[in-house]
Ligand binder design. Sequence first.
Ligand code: GSH
Length: 219
Amino acid sequence: MQLLMGNKNYSSWSLRAWLVLQKSGLSFSEVLLDLSDFAAFKQQILAYSAMGTVPCLIDDELCIGDSLAIAEYIAEIKPSVWPQDKKIRALARSVSAEMHSGFHHIRKTMPMNIRQQRQIELTTQCQIQIDRVQSIWQSCFDLKAKKNIQGGWLFGDFSVADAMFSPIVLRFNTYGIKVSPCCALYMKKVMQDEDVQRWCEAAKIEPSYMPQADVGVLR
Ligand SMILES: N[C@@H](CCC(=O)N[C@@H](CS)C(=O)NCC(=O)O)C(=O)O
């Protein structure tokens, strides 16, 4: 399998698909496309996928665009990327879908920019979405406590839900967002994960630069 991805510093959707693949243990190769030269990027991605976005997973003749569809395809091969319990799996899918289809203010105001530490003025709408992220995470921590589920990921073991929220953790880190102690602990779990660290190290040495992601001021 081949995963077509954008720049590791900037492409949050690519990180989501990459992390699920990485944690699945399936073997795959990475094809990095540079989003900073948008015209060249479009030409390259459209040669593979009419959707014209990354990530995109190629498996023989199959071409799957969209991070969540890629995650579901990986789950067909490795079901352990979702929680085993049917009801908990449904909750994990629900928070993943909410992340996938929402949080536009966070995405717009706080672009993923791993190699920088920046400060921005938070809009009310953005703060509401930051609070919603924290309340989703807290509901996961409460569920784990109630069901005595072990493990530091949202549903105990790593799942697609953690991949969906990993760019949010990296954004909170870049923009120094204040979170509750429980959420800070979860952020630490994500930031210290060896795969996330490998991704971030690669992001830091990428040569290409997208000035539009430098929002706010350096802190
Ligand atoms: N819903 C898609 C979003 C993918 C997406 O917007 N990717 C960005 C890069 S992070 C992209 O390819 N942008 C190029 C474009 O919109 O033309 C997914 O989940 O994969």
